[in-house]
Design a protein around this ligand. Structure first.
Ligand SMILES: CC(C)(COP(=O)(O)OP(=O)(O)OC[C@H]1O[C@@H](n2cnc3c(N)ncnc32)[C@H](O)[C@@H]1OP(=O)(O)O)[C@@H](O)C(=O)NCCC(=O)NCCS
Length: 169
């Protein structure tokens, strides 16, 4: 069995909404503390039905379990931003983030035919930086400042070209 990406389905809404009951997940992912399960399930159901024109968001599944999601964002032909989330936090540190992000990269290059993918994470988000490094992304500079776990932190930006990715396969 391996981690796979598939289109989100309406029943995923409850899974994602359920992750919000995990305070560690919520704090790291920057999800609101105020939304109820019902609010979030409704938001996710609407989002799954209509994610908007520039976002492709896929569930990362292992067997019957939804372990996270991956997205590409942007309207450029050649490049998109890669994002990835693993939930709940009890799943962290077991390699799911790396597997999900790698599958997102493969999707971006093999299915979308992109030339490059970029990503960013605040310097304090050590798990995310580790995943970006492990999937072969190269640092390309810094971005804006944001608040992560209550402290200010600056975004580091990364890029992976299709050629560099292909060379690593
Ligand atoms: C970032 C995220 C996807 C990582 O998922 P994961 O399943 O833990 O990823 P992996 O297990 O593949 O790798 C995480 C690595 O970071 C390390 N790590 C995680 N938190 C850490 C911390 N606070 N300090 C040091 N290392 C840390 C882990 O030990 C692991 O490295 P290792 O395998 O070399 O030990 C997950 O934490 C998450 O969903 N966070 C919230 C959303 C988010 O930040 N998404 C990324 C936005 S760019």
């Amino acid at each position: 069995m391996e981690l796979k990406l598939r289109p989100m389905v309406s029943s995923d809404a409850g899974t994602f909404a359920g992750w919000a009951s995990d305070p560690v997940f919520r704090a790291h992912a920057g999800w609101s503390e105020d939304a109820t399960f019902e609010d979030l399930a409704e938001w996710w159901a609407a989002h799954i039905a209509n994610p908007g024109p520039h976002l492709i968001r896929l569930s990362a599944v292992f067997g019957d379990d939804v372990v996270g999601y991956v997205d590409t964002h942007g309207d450029a032909e050649e490049t998109r931003e890669l994002g990835f989330v693993v939930g709940p936090s009890s799943r962290w540190g077991q390699g799911w983030g790396t597997l999900a992000a790698s599958a997102g990269v493969e999707y971006g290059f093999e299915v979308l035919g992109l030339s490059s993918l970029w990503a960013e994470a605040v310097e304090a988000n050590v798990g995310s930086l580790r995943v970006l490094e492990r999937i072969g992304m190269t640092p390309i500079g810094t971005g804006d400042e944001d608040v992560f776990l209550g402290a200010k932190s600056t975004y580091s930006r990364f890029m992976l070209s299709r050629q560099d990715w292909a060379r690593r396969q």
